[in-house]
Design a protein around this ligand. Structure first.
Ligand code: ADP
Ligand code: MG
Length: 336
């Protein structure tokens, strides 16, 4: 691509930096150097060596200012989250993360902002040993696109389509924490300072369940990561597997703070608002012992069971059918 950041009277902060200097300064220096990267940043393409006998798992996610995050969000959190949501997709396939590309649209070349953004992104990259191998940089409304690549043997990749009647349905961690933090940030939900501090990490710095996803190879029959809300994302497993399910509200794992919120305001934060980045997966009843042996540090809870009859049936604490008022996030949903 041509170089739109060059020669347009850059931001005063790094007015002397060209696009190439910016790439060299912020992106070419990074904490991870993998042996399977023959050529990384700097040439027309990266040259990568995928392992023999494994499939390349490829995913990308966009974060758009004003749509996915508030414009004044901490850039370090944004750097973390932009990479974390992609690693979460790899986790949902049981893939081992390896490489990523960064497509960055910036309103200005702000060195302080870029420094912080890179700190958040590269700290997570270091934890998961993923190397930045290329990308593109342009001027425009703040948008971050990351494409991540990982490896998984094709026969054990976790697909959405494998759930069967009788399988148990599980979720890792707890649901709804990020949603409650977001409601507070939007001024819609009062929270004490300490409660907000406890929840906001879940919103700003989600932990991708990569080790858990890899451990579920050969155990989970269907899997997805929860980005748009449990109901919407479990719905994708059901649709692609051609099955239905019954889930129980009193089995949904909640943190103590989220439980208080749900008691006062209803279940939507935990069921439908999304941004959880936990895994939802199904396991045949005879394999639940193998799952228990994995002893996930983040915890794992059975929330219901796959049924042959299509549709998702939600049962409340009293054993009655529960009808949510809102079922999940869809960017192109028609207004009611
Ligand atoms: P081209 O003109 O061939 O697209 P660029 O000038 O855009 O090349 O990029 C030069 C090199 O810098 C390439 O290796 C590209 O992958 C890398 N690069 C550009 N922008 C980024 C970025 N935001 N993050 C990481 N690498 C980048
Ligand atoms: Mg380019």
């Amino acid at each position: 691509m041509p170089s739109p950041l060059k020669g347009e009277g850059e931001s005063v902060k790094i007015s002397c930096m060209t696009e190439f200097e910016l790439i060299r300064h912020f992106f070419a220096r990074q904490p991870v150097s993998r042996a399977d990267v023959a050529v990384g940043i700097g040439d027309d393409c990266a040259l990568l060596r995928p392992p023999v006998g494994q499939s390349l798992a490829v995913t990308s996610d966009l974060l758009v200012s004003g749509v996915h995050f508030l414009p004044d969000v901490d850039p370090a959190s944004l750097g973390h989250k932009a990479l974390a949501v992609n690693l979460s997709d790899l986790a949902a396939m049981g893939a081992e993360p390896a490489w990523f590309l960064l497509n960055l649209v910036l309103p200005e070349a702000d060195a302080v902002w870029l420094e912080r953004f890179c700190r958040g992104m590269f700290e997570l990259a270091r934890q998961y040993n993923v190397q930045l191998v290329g990308g593109d940089t342009s001027r425009g409304p703040l948008t971050i696109g990351i494409e991540a690549h990982g490896f998984v043997p094709e026969t054990v990749a976790l697909r959405r389509a494998g759930a069967r009647a009788g399988d148990r349905i599980y979720v890792t961690g707890t649901l709804g924490d990020a949603a409650v933090a977001l409601l507070h940030r939007l001024g819609k939900q009062p929270l004490s300072g300490s409660d907000f501090a406890a929840l906001v990490e879940r919103l700003d710095r989600p932990v991708p369940r990569v080790r858990e996803g890899m451990a579920l190879r050969g155990i989970a029959t269907g899997a997805i990561d929860i980005s748009d809300g449990l109901l919407a994302d479990l719905g994708h497993i059901l649709e692609m597997s051609g099955v239905g399910a019954r889930i129980f509200l009193d089995k949904i794992p909640l943190s103590p703070i989220c439980r208080t919120h749900v008691g006062k305001f209803g279940w939507e934060a935990a069921l439908a608002m999304g941004d959880d980045y936990e895994l939802c997966f199904t396991v045949p009843a005879q394999d639940t012992g193998a799952l228990e042996k994995l002893r996930f540090a983040c915890g794992v809870h059975c929330i219901g069971e796959i049924e042959a009859e299509p549709g998702l049936r939600i049962v409340d604490e009293l054993g009655k059918p529960y009808r949510p008022s809102f079922t999940g996030h869809d960017h192109f949903a028609k207004p009611k």
